[in-house]
Design a protein around this ligand. Structure first.
Ligand code: F6P
Length: 482
């Protein structure tokens, strides 16, 4: 038996049924990474108990082993709603103005990380390779090390990473961000994110070594690994999704109108108000498009107990009401707004049916909606992606119309250009993006990261380590991992 891969993340997408929808980008990516690999996925059960945690529960669904812990109300308040989502999330997304720090939340964050380490520790074998995901668990590596685990432990940050001046606005930042130095390899979405963190470490007195950085006696490597999607499977899903009753209903209900689609969690980082203003500007400046185009904004609610999330909801509903009141008529609603989430099949069908995919976050680690939109298109008659320059995906999807989401006129102009783009140009823009996604899919992301992670362990032979990790397929070259 070779090493197991132990995935740890706050959110764990255990399907209730084999066809249940998955939560967000991180969950989709992690699930694909674990597919066909021996190991387990450890994290929060999604349940909130009155008191502090009881037993961990182990479940196996679709050949994936999950080990889940409940969080108490207090944990949720201090760790999840508190430090993770009212401090780290806004800071990592460059929104220092939105952070609401408290010492109680910071100690709750450290407590829950310790609790994760306590729960995980007895389940670990010496040769397990551990891969921790996202900003909720920045100090888990340190907690595992302090419990004596010498395993290879990696971390991947799914969000952006802001520059040092912004990171330093986090009170006691060294106690939290410095925790990342206890991992063997910290992965980021883009080179920009990686460099921002490298500059932060240097600003805190780290020294650069031949392979990485040394900070407070810890050696850490940093790398950029743009997360991706299961491109081929997603193409297939979208091709077949036309059969979904919901997708047909939506298509019929448009009565020939062009469809612009936005799919985002309800989050201030997603730039939804700016997008609505740009759509309004399109209608304002181009009367010929009134009555002929519909924006469908699919926006599941998210982190609703946090004040800023309530505020963004009020802002979005107010803006949409204003545009619909101003331009709509009895037979046409310019913006359709839904707060529910749809199955992956329905979403894939909607992407394929949409003439324009609007992905215009103010800041986003990667944004897998952008990649899914490209993969879902009919290559013979593809739609156009309008993409924010501030999404990690913009570094790769250069066939999109790249916009600054803060510039309403420019986004409105890009929208008009997208709606009127000739077929030939649409194809020319789409084909290279699809090729890129076929080559750089989720499997490659996981392989690249894990190869670098295992290679980061000096005591281990790189090739032997990787071969063992993927089930002892000793005849496989390192880059043909499965
Ligand atoms: O890193 C960001 C992320 O994990 C996304 O991938 C995902 O969409 C979102 O956060 C989920 O947030 P939450 O777990 O708070 O619902």
């Amino acid at each position: 038996m070779g090493p197991r891969l132990i995935i740890v993340s706050n959110r764990v997408a255990v399907p209730d049924t084999p066809r249940a929808p998955l939560a967000g980008g991180m969950a989709v990516a992690v699930k694909a990474a674990l597919k066909n690999r021996r190991g387990m996925w450890f994290g929060w059960s999604g349940k909130v108990s009155e008191e502090s945690v009881g037993e961990s529960q182990a479940v196996e669904v679709n050949k994936i082993n999950y080990v889940l812990v409940d969080l108490s109300k207090n944990d949720i308040q201090e760790y999840y709603n508190g430090l993770a989502n009212s401090v780290l999330w806004p800071i990592l997304h460059y929104r220092v103005d939105l952070q609401e720090y408290s010492r109680a939340d910071a100690s709750g964050y450290l407590r829950v990380n310790r609790m994760f380490a306590d729960r995980l520790s007895p389940l670990l074998r010496d040769d397990d390779v551990i891969w921790v995901h996202d900003y909720h668990l920045m100090v888990l590596g340190r907690d595992l090390r302090s419990r004596g685990h010498r395993n290879t432990i990696g971390f991947f940050l799914h969000t952006p990473c802001a520059p040092p001046d912004i990171l330093q606005a986090l009170p006691h930042h060294r106690a939290i961000l410095g925790g990342l130095a206890h991992y063997d390899l910290v992965g980021f979405q883009t080179e920009n994110d990686r460099d921002n963190f490298a500059h932060y470490l240097i600003s805190q007195g780290a020294t650069q070594t031949r392979t990485g950085y040394e900070f407070e006696g810890q050696k850490v490597r940093l790398g950029a690994f743009p997360v991706s999607i299961e491109t081929k499977a997603y193409m297939r899903l979208a091709r077949n999704a036309g059969r979904s009753a919901m997708v047909s209903l939506v298509r019929e209900s448009l009565s020939g109108n062009r469809l612009v689609l936005g799919v985002d969690r309800l989050d201030y980082s997603k730039g939804i108000p700016d997008r609505i203003k740009a759509f309004e500007r399109l209608l304002e400046n181009n009367p010929e498009w009134r009555g002929r185009v519909t924006l469908l904004q699919v926006t599941p609610k998210s982190r609703s107990e946090i004040r800023q999330y309530g505020e963004i909801e009020t802002e979005v509903t107010g803006l949409i009401g204003k545009v619909n009141g101003r331009f709509g008529d009895a037979a046409w609603t310019p913006i359709r707004y839904v707060n529910r989430s749809y199955s992956r099949t329905v979403l894939a069908g909607l992407y394929r049916a949409a003439d324009v995919g609007m992905v215009t976050p103010l800041r986003d680690g990667m944004n897998l909606v952008a990649k899914e939109y490209v993969a879902a298109q009919n290559p013979d008659d593809p739609g156009v992606l309008v993409l924010s320059q501030f999404a990690g995906a913009a570094k790769e999807l250069d066939g999109a119309l790249i916009v600054n989401p803060h510039e309403t006129d420019a986004v409105a102009a890009a929208l008009k250009r997208a709606l009127e783009m000739p077929l030939e140009e649409r194809r020319e823009r789409h084909a290279p993006m699809l090729d890129h996604l076929l080559e750089n899919d989720i499997k490659k992301w996981a392989e690249d990261y894990l190869a670098a992670l295992v290679g980061a362990q000096p005591a281990r032979s790189l090739l032997a380590g990787i071969r063992a990790l993927f089930g002892g397929q000793s005849d496989q070259a390192p880059l043909a991992l499965r």
